[in-house]
Design a protein around this ligand. Structure first.
Ligand code: VGL
Ligand code: ZN
Length: 212
């Protein structure tokens, strides 16, 4: 028997329309998230949401590192894409999308608080030095199977899925619930390919109820 949880990645205003790091069609996944939430709620299964949660001084922000948005540099010995200011703690941009049924969320996991390291994955920072509370929480709740969706396919969804697989979770990506930044046009399709190569399964949200 595998215990499933829904893992919603960064469904926050700054990644949606008019946000500072708006993902193309980002808003369209909110409705998909709500459909999945209803299914998990009915079965009393956990619903976890990650939240990108940066201090205003975060060094992944181009403005704080004297760099250009979208360029790549180094931060603390790690390759770093320079981002616009986004998901600053306690701002509207960091809040979940207003249409998300967030009262159904069982657990919120915040990431990216450390000023000099980015944190795409909901499990670890990009240097894999610090673990968030996600893995321990899932283990305490006997979760072995994750249904993952959200923003952005080519960053936070990708790295969360790869870490989940490395931690031996059974991982299914709800593909119509994901959208990517696509700094390069193929970034999201490449990310999905890497996830598949490492063992992730893909389904559409309408197939979730029979997969549970
Ligand atoms: C994300 C870039 C920077 C994401 C977060 O949620 O995919 N991308 N911070
Ligand atoms: Zn971020």
């Amino acid at each position: 028997m595998m215990n499933s949880a829904l893992l919603l990645i960064d469904l926050q205003n700054d990644f949606c329309q008019n946000g500072s790091l708006a993902v193309p069609e980002g808003d369209s996944v909110i409705d998909v998230a709500n459909q999945a939430i209803t299914l998990f709620q009915k079965r009393k299964l956990p619903i976890v949401a990650s939240q990108d949660w940066h201090p205003a001084e975060h060094r992944s922000f181009a403005a704080n590192s004297g760099t250009q948005v979208g360029q790549i540099g180094m931060l603390n010995d790690l390759p770093q894409v320079w981002w616009p200011v986004h998901c600053v703690q306690e701002t509207i941009g960091a809040e979940f999308h207003p249409k998300l049924h967030q009262s159904a969320v069982t657990k919120i996991v915040r990431k990216g608080q450390q000023i000099d390291v980015d944190s795409y994955s909901a499990f670890f920072d990009n240097g894999r030095r610090i673990k968030t509370e996600l893995d321990d929480w899932l283990k305490e709740n006997h979760v072995t199977r994750l249904f993952v969706m959200g923003l952005a396919t080519d960053y936070c969804v990708k790295f969360t899925v790869l870490d989940a697989l490395a931690l031996n979770y059974d991982v299914t990506v709800i593909i119509d619930g994901c959208r990517g930044v696509n700094l390069q046009p193929q970034d999201s399709s490449n990310a999905l390919q890497v996830m598949a190569d490492k063992g992730a399964k893909f389904i559409m949200v309408k197939q979730v109820s029979t997969a549970l």
